[in-house]
Design a protein around this ligand. Structure first.
Ligand code: ARG
Ligand code: ZN
Length: 471
């Protein structure tokens, strides 16, 4: 039979096509998780995403989110089927332009392409959906939050599966085009560069954003509602977009007095960490977030951080995450100290810069703050477990760990280590063990005991880092 005749057998089974193609190795299903012990179902095996094009419509009155996400990916094995992480109800999927089968359960979207996918091939996946994200909980927790005037898709470690199908793990980064159409008068904020609004034929307005550097899926965000949007240009020429919810009150002016200084803080951190890794800057303040999060290029803040006056420390913390967390991401969630310890240490550096206490004074203060019998000293920053992923110990003991390193190796080696870490792992992911190896190679010192004490041993270390010792 001719090739043409074979190819027109539209009803041929996957198996016969496979035989015909003469494939030696059998295609297998991609794993439902990427292999992270803290979150076994996070991410998926068998492919790498390079780009998400997320084109949605959102109606605040009903919380209905509908539209299409187009994913560009490359297979890393011969695949008979593969998973995406997604909670919302899907209406159709195409893989390489052909209608694909699919099933959904427990946040796993299992996609059955008509034809097996060969290892190393480019794949285009188009997922169409319509649903109400606030209807979904995972382990009793709802990351998507409705607000009186819109919604917030902002959380860590999990938010993406509430609004777009994705490979939900920081080890698979991609670029993003995000556009959301909303009723006229509503604002939509997301990551990266603002590509303007476009009038839709139905009287709605589409807001268009592009995040052009590799980005983890949990760092993609949406803030939808009534916002004052401020656009400006940073001293380094980058676009700055800040957005303040109109639901902030008069007592929220300190939020603006803090977040408006994002470019100044970025400039200061560049001196310590090396070049800022992204193409845009900014911050978003909105009630209902409940925490602050380092969304790539545009951190997001609950107004509660600014209720007692300006707070540039939380801005320094989130901006520092752009290097440590967003550009250099955790390889496994166990490595969270590489994010939170470093961002917390940036607060020490900022404190010294603004003349409000040296890093040494901050370290001594935190060491003294927690009594030896406090539960605080029982949480290991180097392996906190999922329940304590964001425990204060990961932040404060985490910052103390970096100060202990600085005292041990000296300022020159310390800042060389921080800069080289950001440079060598840029747009990638890394483990604590790799950081220790870099610190040892830059300093020429054996540092196992230092890190063992500060990151991996329960109990309060015998002395604060850098504390004067008396013989
Ligand atoms: N990475 C954030 C920060 O330290 C913390 C996020 C906490 N997440 C949460 N769901 N509470 O700035
Ligand atoms: Zn943080």
């Amino acid at each position: 039979m001719s090739l043409r005749a074979k190819l027109t057998l539209g009803t041929a089974t996957a198996a016969s096509l496979l035989l015909f193609a003469g494939t030696a190795s059998a295609a297998e299903p991609g794993a439902p998780g990427i292999g992270d012990p803290y979150y076994p179902n996070a991410g998926n095996g068998g492919y790498d995403v390079s780009h998400y094009d997320i084109r949605l419509n959102y109606q605040p009155a009903t919380d209905n989110l509908s539209g299409t996400t187009t994913i560009l990916a490359k297979t890393t094995q011969d695949l008979s089927r593969f998973n995406l992480d997604f909670l919302l109800k899907v209406s159709s999927i195409r893989v390489n332009n052909r209608v694909a089968g699919f099933t959904q359960a427990g946040g796993e979207l299992v996609v059955d392409p008509k034809q097996n996918l060969r290892k190393g091939s480019d794949v285009t996946i188009v997922v169409t959906y319509s649903d109400v994200p606030s209807n979904y909980d995972v382990d009793g927790y709802k990351s998507w939050k409705r607000t009186p005037d819109g919604a917030l898709a902002i959380d860590e470690p999990d938010i993406a599966q509430w609004w777009f199908p994705n490979n939900n793990h920081p080890t698979d980064k991609a670029t993003y085009d995000v556009s959301v159409a909303v009723p006229d008068g509503v604002e939509v904020i997301s990551n990266g560069t603002f590509n303007g609004t476009a009038k839709q034929i139905n009287g709605w307005t589409r807001w268009r954003w592009r995040s052009a550097k590799p980005q983890a899926s949990y760092l993609a965000f949406l803030a939808i509602g009534q916002f004052e949007v401020r656009q400006s240009t940073a001293p380094n020429g980058q676009p700055v977009v800040n957005a303040y919810s109109l639901n902030l009150g008069e007592n929220d002016l300190p939020a603006k007095a803090s977040v408006e200084r994002t470019p100044e803080i970025t400039e200061f951190l560049e001196e310590n960490f090396g070049p800022y890794p992204f193409e845009a800057q900014g911050g978003v303040v909105a009630p209902g977030i409940g925490f602050a999060l380092e969304n790539q290029t545009r951190s997001t803040y609950d107004p509660g951080f600014f209720r007692r006056g300006a707070n540039t420390y939380v801005v320094a913390h989130e901006v520092a995450h752009q290097w440590y967390g967003d550009s250099v991401s955790v390889h496994r969630w166990r490595d969270i100290w590489l994010n939170e310890g470093f961002a917390s240490y940036a607060e020490f550096l900022w404190s010294e810069h603004v003349g409000e206490g040296t890093a040494q004074e901050n370290a001594q203060y935190l060491y003294d703050l927690y009594p030896a019998d406090s539960d605080f000293w029982q949480v290991l920053p180097g392996d906190p477990g999922t329940a304590d992923l964001f425990h204060g110990a990961v932040y404060d003991r985490g910052a103390l760990t970096l100060h202990a390193l600085r005292v041990a190796v000296g300022d020159d080696a310390f800042f060389t280590i921080l800069k080289r870490w950001a440079q060598e792992k840029k747009y990638s992911d890394a483990t604590i063990e790799e950081f220790i190896a870099l610190a040892e190679s830059v300093s020429g010192q054996q540092l196992d005991e230092l890190f063992q004490t500060w990151l991996f041993t329960p109990g309060k270390p015998a002395a604060a880092p850098g504390a004067a010792t008396f013989a």
